[in-house]
Design a protein around this ligand. Structure first.
Ligand code: FMN
Length: 153
């Protein structure tokens, strides 16, 4: 059984909507053999990263960066997992008012340090998530879970 960890933060619900669609895709009937664990960033810890074979991170873009809650999760766990990740395959989804690229750039730098390995392109949804955004999130979740199941990552 492979393990997929989904960690996200949402203040006003947009990233939550994206996360729900990602979870839906990752848990779809087409994927077996993958256990999905979903946690809010404030509730996630180093033991969750050590459990995971793959990671999906969701955040709003705040002030051109990751949300404080997701950054706090990464700050809290770095030393505890240092040297123990091989690196961990990951992808991210971002809810932004009108940009989102600052959050992506920040995550790419953090991923180098951790280390996490990007295995899917970052997904940015601007404004209230559209049906197309939610479809893309479902595809992201499913692709991540299928990649793990098939041993691609
Ligand atoms: C404090 C704060 C800072 C923000 N900074 C940005 C920003 O730098 N770029 C951007 O595109 N949107 C920015 N936004 C808008 C949010 O990213 C956007 O509303 C997002 O959908 C919120 O996600 P949530 O509903 O999951 O909390 C900001 C919102 C807040 C509250």
């Amino acid at each position: 059984m492979k393990h997929l960890l989904i960690v996200f933060h949402s203040k006003t619900g947009n990233t939550r909507q994206l996360a729900d669609a990602v979870i839906d895709g990752a848990s779809s009937g087409d994927v077996g053999g993958v256990e999905v664990r979903v946690l809010r960033a404030a509730d996630a810890g180093p033991e969750d990263l050590l459990w995971a074979d793959g990671l999906l991170l969701g955040t709003p873009e705040n002030f051109g960066y990751l949300s404080g809650a997701l950054k706090d999760f990464l700050d809290r766990t770095f030393y505890e997992v240092e040297g123990k990740l091989t690196p961990l395959p990951y992808a991210m989804f971002v809810s932004a008012g009108n940009d989102g690229t600052g959050a992506v750039r920040a995550m790419e730098r953090i991923a180098n340090g951790y280390p996490f390995l990007a295995v899917q392109a970052p997904l940015i949804a601007r404004g209230t998530p559209t049906p197309e955004d939610l479809d893309s999130c479902r595809e992201l979740g499913q692709a991540m879970a299928m990649g793990l199941e098939m041993g691609i990552f």
